[in-house]
Design a protein around this ligand. Structure first.
Ligand code: ADP
Ligand code: MG
Length: 365
């Protein structure tokens, strides 16, 4: 449905320094898919979206929609208004002096995507109905809350009946509660109308809740792509592991490589875990990072000789759904999330047990 091939984009900043905003970016997004671009600020998410929309052009590479090229470096460049795409921004970009109806109908009456005038009203009503804002159609934009304004922006985008919906951090200006509600509603809406959606966010929860697939971006690159579960349970880089949730890391050395697991020595202890792609026997004795999630640790009093390390509890926090412990072990500060009925005193010596299948061994630090 949407493909990007070898996309590169270099900007020059004010000092004349070049910024590689896109670095050999490739993607294939399926019909009806909800695809999320996740990454920290400045990683190239907006640039990716704007090149798909045609608001920005890559220096080279290819973009196609529905199998038809809309951009081929140096040869083809279909202008933004001729691409079957609508875009929604963080700053709703509404016309403040117009009412809701006029905002939604404007692109249907003017410009290249206009439709027959006797069809405008039905189209606006249908789109307003999808977003639950029919009762506000006569109101001026200035009398709406942020959440309502974002609904209007979405209704305006959907009224164009685009093949692809692009959204750039559309919920970031809303408070946390409303964001949580709109997230699930938006996802359900795009699924019910079957529209292919690309959604940009720097919020990992939003990405996990909404995405059928997520691409994690860092410094202009797509560094890993997969389902929320893939990325959370099988991150290929420590950056991905840290960006999606929390992960503890211990510095160790690779001791042995077996078929289904690897052994790592940390202080005088040997721990087992799963090798992340790229680890090979040539790296035996070299430094590795041994990672595990705070919720995958059991705190026990007596070590049963399985996978684990001794630790001392240095902090304890009640988070509502769990107890979050801070621990020190092998010279590292670690976090463990335990059931809230398992209360252990600060200062206690414990053992951390972690199933080898929940431990990941990364070659980088
Ligand atoms: P994100 O949306 O992930 O925050 P962007 O795609 O906006 O990231 O930006 C990627 C990089 O490109 C950043 O370093 C940003 O400063 C730079 N950049 C984006 N747009 C421009 C521009 N018009 N001129 C110069 N640099 C830009
Ligand atoms: Mg951005």
């Amino acid at each position: 449905m949407i493909t990007g091939k070898s996309l590169n984009k270099i900007y020059r900043d004010r000092a004349g320094k070049s910024v590689h905003a896109l670095l050999d970016v490739n993607f294939t997004i399926g019909e009806g898919e909800f695809y999320v671009l996740l990454g920290p600020s400045g990683s190239g998410k907006t640039t990716t979206l704007r090149t798909i929309a045609g608001l920005e052009h890559p220096d080279d590479g290819e973009i196609s929609l529905d199998g038809k090229p809309v951009f081929i470096g140096g040869r083809i460049c279909i202008p933004a208004e001729r691409r079957p795409i609508a875009m929604v921004f963080q700053s709703y970009a509404l016309w403040p002096h117009m009412n809701v109806f006029d905002n939604i109908s404007f692109p249907l009456k003017h410009g290249i995507n206009r439709i027959k005038s006797d069809q405008v009203k039905a189209r606006v009503l249908h789109s307003a109905d999808l977003l639950g804002i029919v009762e506000y159609l006569d109101r001026p934009i200035s009398q709406l809350s942020g959440g309502q304004q974002q609904r209007v922006a979405l209704a305006r985008a959907l009224a164009l009946q685009p093949r692809v919906l692009l959204m750039d951090e559309p919920l970031s200006n809303l408070d946390a509660r409303l964001r949580g509600l709109l997230r699930v509603e938006l996802k359900a809406l795009t699924r019910s109308i079957g529209i292919t959606t690309i959604y940009v966010t720097h919020d990992q929860t939003e990405a996990m809740v909404m995405g059928d697939r997520i691409a994690v971006m860092q410094s202009g690159r797509f560094i890993q792509e997969g389902s929320p579960r893939d990325l959370y349970e099988r991150p290929q880089k420590t950056f991905v592991a840290k960006f999606l949730g929390d992960m503890n890391f211990l510095n160790g050395r690779l001791k042995n490589l077996h078929e289904s697991f690897v052994e790592v020595s940390i202080d005088q202890f040997n721990l087992r875990g799963l090798a992340v792609a790229g680890l090979s026997s040539s790296q035996i004795s070299s430094k590795v990072s041994f990672g595990f999630r705070p919720e995958d640790v059991s705190l026990v009093e007596l070590f049963r000789g399985s996978n684990g390390l001794p630790a001392v509890i240095t902090g304890k926090y009640y988070t509502g759904e769990a107890l979050l412990y801070q621990l020190e072990s092998a010279g590292h500060v670690l976090q463990v999330r335990a059931p809230k009925d398992q209360s252990i005193e600060i200062g206690s010596k414990v053992f951390m047990e972690i199933a080898p299948s929940s431990c990941l061994v990364f070659q980088e630090n």
